[in-house]
Design a protein around this ligand. Structure first.
Ligand code: VGL
Ligand code: ZN
Length: 196
């Protein structure tokens, strides 16, 4: 078994004071840092949107946290967040960044990407699957932000691809809008993800 830790989106904008703050987002950082030494590989993901991204409510003159229809399906519209090169897109300063790989996602202006594996059209790959397979990694543990969006989509995609997946829910925090955390928990369980 070759086991990687996938650390999802621990960036300033998802931590208290950020543009899309997740309650308690910074509380998990010490635990995540401590966990890194236990794995064969550590991979960080970074939400990385161009200015005016199609997932931003401001691009649609809509209110944040409403939903719109995109060519690939329904899409929640978010406050502007994780804009490439801004402080909000940077990793939280306390997060260890001595990782093997940093994978960026959400850079396609027309398609959001919650998952570290596929964009929200569920077709366009990020390349992470190939990286993991060519390194012989078959087992993944996931931590980070947000449980109900990027962690959930990443975990479900990884399980569908055949990786063994565990989510350390104690090292994740959720946005939890309109029942999204309950729905995400069900989706992950149905996909065979182990929730700890
Ligand atoms: C995320 C909403 C928008 C996340 C990213 O990291 O969960 N959520 N972009
Ligand atoms: Zn985003």
């Amino acid at each position: 078994m070759t086991h990687a830790l996938i650390v999802i989106d621990i960036q300033n904008d998802f931590c208290p004071g950020g543009a899309l703050a997740v309650a308690g987002g910074n509380d998990i950082i010490a635990g995540v840092n401590a966990l890194m030494d236990d794995f064969d590989a550590v991979i960080l993901t970074q939400d990385w949107h161009p200015r005016g991204h199609s997932s931003f409510a401001t691009s649609h003159n809509a209110d944040p946290f409403t939903t719109t229809q995109m060519p690939y399906g329904p899409q929640v519209l978010w406050p502007d967040h994780c804009v490439q090169g801004t402080g909000g897109a940077a990793f939280h300063p306390d997060l260890r960044t001595d990782a093997d790989l940093i994978i960026r996602k959400g850079f396609n202006p027309a398609i959001d990407s919650y998952s570290a594996f596929f964009e929200n059209d569920q077709t366009t790959p990020t390349g992470l699957e190939g990286y993991l397979r060519t390194r012989g990694i078959n087992t993944l543990t996931m931590v980070g932000l947000a449980t109900d969006f990027c962690v959930n989509f990443s975990a479900v995609d990884a399980a569908k691809l055949g990786f063994g997946v565990t989510v350390r829910t104690d090292l994740c925090r959720a946005i939890d809008m309109d029942g999204s955390l309950v729905a995400a928990t069900t989706a992950m369980q149905n996909a065979g993800v182990v929730l700890l």
